[in-house]
Unconditional design. Structure first.
Length: 74
């Protein structure tokens, strides 16, 4: 679930279930990413029975995403 609130936009996501899945040989596993400056809500997200194999970052919750290293915290 990503790129929510890009370019200071509103994003509302709810009632998402991911279950009985396998993620292999990946940089990222399950992820929720919101851009800085955006607004909205994320609710009722369920990740159930997710198997990770050779995953660098298994779980990422990023509320201040920035695609460069030079973003001021918004």
């Amino acid at each position: 679930i990503g790129s929510l609130g890009i370019r200071n936009s509103r994003a509302c996501v709810s009632n998402i279930t991911v279950e009985d899945s396998t993620i292999k040989y990946s940089d990222n596993g399950v992820r929720i990413k919101t851009w800085q400056g955006g607004f909205g809500t994320v609710s009722n997200i369920n990740f159930n029975n997710i198997r990770m194999e050779s995953v660098q970052n298994p779980i990422i919750l990023d509320q201040h995403y920035c695609s460069t290293k030079s973003c001021a915290n918004q």
